[in-house]
Ligand binder design. Structure first.
Ligand code: SAM
Length: 467
């Protein structure tokens, strides 16, 4: 049971002003009236607890545009068995990979944890981003290491800790600050190769052999056939439901996980225009498209708030585009990311969190103008606030009378959250992934698929039709 482990693994650490803000969101008047103060407080506390833990399953999206799901499942099983054989002396490694019962291109792998792992006297510290990756099955890559034992040599066993507040000085030999144990591993490099080099060290610095949460490392595993993606992100592509031959816009696309999924769902027939504001992220979209053998993606660096132009232009391939240029638009908006898991600590201020809704509205306005009449707009975020989710939907419906909410398929998350003045019918059309709602019932006896559907990152999806 997850409930028992809460005492040994800390809740997410947030600035007090952010905790206070989130408490007001989860204990808003409408929620209090519906479920009462005790249940509302309990959901909020469960949210803080589950955010610091990884989801209970790893989700991979299979390249079903290239091969049948079962063939990919079997190849993945082979690869992961090879990986396990290299890493241990176990005679017959077992790998459990199940197809999702409703989503035709998803494979699920259970995560084993938290496991009872004994701490060693040699301590190595990694930054919080690296620590979160380790909790999801990654090895420690050298650039993530901030402190290591003074005389560490390749081959030494070390206990790995995640520096929660970014306080550890790079190159330190010990660290007494706020840190969390994430498992044991074997150093692949001497300390001098990590810190005392002219060029920054690259590659695996510590191979995790006894992690707190055990799930396979997908580094270099069948790159053209499987793509690591959170389950709600895969749901977004299906909800958008792109059709072969259509012209689709993905307004905030990097690194391109959803862009590639859209192109795959269209059988790579049609055009997927991917925009992102940051230049080097465009290369990631192109690399991902190339790895997955997708030709229909065209990626451009562009500020999507300015992606629509009223100037009569010749039919241009790139942005800006004339109004009503696209059959479907995905706005996977930049957001405060408070649904991401595992996230053991966030140093964000309330001001930073509150900076997103105005930007999301500017992007939304451009999205509505770029969409053809009869077209579909999907808005999604990986955060849990009302202001970036249900309140944006309420604003959109009152600002754009041409938009109406649409049912989503699949709808495996819960309905929208109370507090933004939306009607029960409108809330039912929204899809919110709320891991806190099932946190206590999430036990090992529950089926893998059921746990995978509920124990996800926090996420939000709304689907609109423009008439
Ligand atoms: N859809 C992506 C995926 O599935 O891989 C993730 C997108 S992430 C949530 C949001 C992205 O929006 C970031 O890559 C960020 O660079 C981009 N972004 C932020 N402001 C933008 C703007 N004004 N125009 C275009 N992209 C923007």
């Amino acid at each position: 049971m997850h409930s028992g482990e809460m005492s040994v693994f800390p809740k997410i650490s947030l600035k007090p002003e952010v905790t206070g803000y989130l408490r007001n969101v989860f204990l808003n008047k409408e929620v209090l009236a519906a479920v009462g103060p005790q249940e509302a407080e309990s959901r909020f506390q469960k949210l803080l607890a589950c955010l610091s833990h990884p989801p209970s399953s790893t989700c991979v999206r299979a390249s079903t545009h290239l091969a049948p799901l079962e063939d990919i499942r079997l190849s993945l099983e082979e690869e992961l068995k090879k990986q396990q054989k290299c890493g241990s002396s176990a005679e017959e490694p077992s790998v459990q990979i199940a197809p999702h019962p409703r989503i035709t291109d998803v494979l699920l792998l259970p995560v084993d944890g938290p496991r009872a792992v004994e701490r060693l006297s040699s301590e190595l510290v990694v930054d919080a981003q690296c620590g979160s990756a380790v909790l999801r099955g990654a090895h420690v890559f050298a650039p993530g290491i901030v402190a290591s034992p003074k005389y560490m040599k390749a081959g030494d066993m070390v206990s790995v800790f995640s520096d929660l507040e970014g306080r550890c000085t790079r190159g330190a030999t010990r660290f007494q600050g706020n840190k969390v144990f994430v498992g044991n591993g074997v150093a692949e490099m001497d300390r001098s190769a990590i810190f005392v080099t002219e060029t920054p060290a690259r590659g695996v610095g510590v191979r995790m052999v006894d992690p707190l949460y055990k799930s396979p490392s997908f580094d270099g595993v069948l790159p053209s056939m499987v793509f690591l993606q959170n389950l709600p992100s895969v749901v977004v592509g299906h909800v958008l439901a792109p059709q072969p031959g259509e012209r689709i816009l993905d307004m905030c696309a990097a690194p391109g996980g959803k862009t590639c999924h859209i192109a795959a769902l269209m059988g790579d027939k049609g055009e997927v225009v991917a925009l992102d504001r940051i230049r080097n992220k465009i290369d990631r979209i192109r690399q991902n498209a190339q790895t997955l053998s997708l030709q229909s993606i065209k990626a451009f660096r562009f500020n999507s708030t300015q992606a629509v132009s009223d100037e009569p232009t010749q039919e241009a391939e790139g942005p800006p585009f004339p109004p009503e240029s696209f059959d479907r638009v995905l706005l996977d908006a930049p957001c405060s990311g408070l649904g991401q898991r595992p996230n053991m600590a966030s140093t964000w201020s309330l001001k930073e969190i509150c900076s997103y809704p105005p930007l999301q509205r500017k992007l939304f306005q451009a999205a509505v103008r770029l969409l053809k009449k009869g077209g579909v707009l999907v808005y999604s975020t990986c955060t849990v606030t009302l202001s970036e989710n249900e309140e944006q939907v309420a604003w959109a419906l009152s600002t754009f009378p041409c938009l109406s909410l649409q049912p989503q398929e699949p709808h495996i998350g819960s309905e929208g959250m109370l507090g933004a003045g939306l009607s029960p019918e409108q809330l039912r059309l929204l899809q919110r992934f709320s891991p806190e709602l099932s946190w206590e019932q999430t036990d090992t006896a529950a089926s893998l698929a059921r746990r995978a559907d509920t124990d996800t990152i926090g996420f939000f999806i709304a689907k609109f039709l423009k008439t």
